[in-house]
Design a protein around this ligand. Structure first.
Ligand code: HEC
Length: 123
């Protein structure tokens, strides 16, 4: 019995992982969504998570897209909202816990010490 429970848990985990599977997207968008798909799409990894979700839901609803939107409509047809969210999260840095890892501490402490001591002591 407990063995069965464990197996079920593992199966559930595997299912969740497969949920955000983006391998099918890689052929066009690149492994890390770093390419312009078929030379037409935006670089998806540069979009915000919100924009990715908006685009994918829009393709599904037929309310978003350019000249090649039919390509993407085929891609998202089988995804539900949760899968779209999971994919967007995945694109923006792995699991949800890592999403905020983009907190690039831009410590551009450009200490402008232009202390040009113009001691023009012109007497
Ligand atoms: C057969 C090639 C192909 C595959 C596979 C594909 N895409 Fe696309 N994708 C495109 C093209 C082409 C566009 C631009 C479509 C248009 O004209 O709106 C696009 C656009 C997008 C956009 C919006 C970017 C923009 O330009 O506004 C997102 C987000 C996106 N794809 C995500 C995905 C995801 C996630 C997958 C996998 C589930 C995927 N794509 C699979 C070709 C592909």
């Amino acid at each position: 019995m407990s063995k069965f429970v464990k197996l079920a848990a593992v199966a559930a985990l595997l299912t969740t992982a497969a949920f955000a599977d983006t391998t099918a997207c890689a052929g066009c968008h690149g492994k890390d969504f770093e390419k312009s798909a078929l030379g037409k799409s935006k670089i998806v990894k540069d979009l915000s998570k919100e924009d990715i979700v908006k685009a994918l839901k829009g393709y599904k609803a037929g309310t978003y897209g350019g000249a090649m939107k039919s390509v993407m409509q085929g891609q998202v047809a089988k995804l539900d909202d949760a899968a779209i969210e999971a994919i967007a999260t995945e694109i923006k840095g792995g699991d949800s816990a890592k999403v905020d890892a983009n907190a690039t501490a831009e410590t551009n402490a450009t200490a402008e010490t232009n202390a040009t001591a113009e001691a023009n002591a012109t007497t």
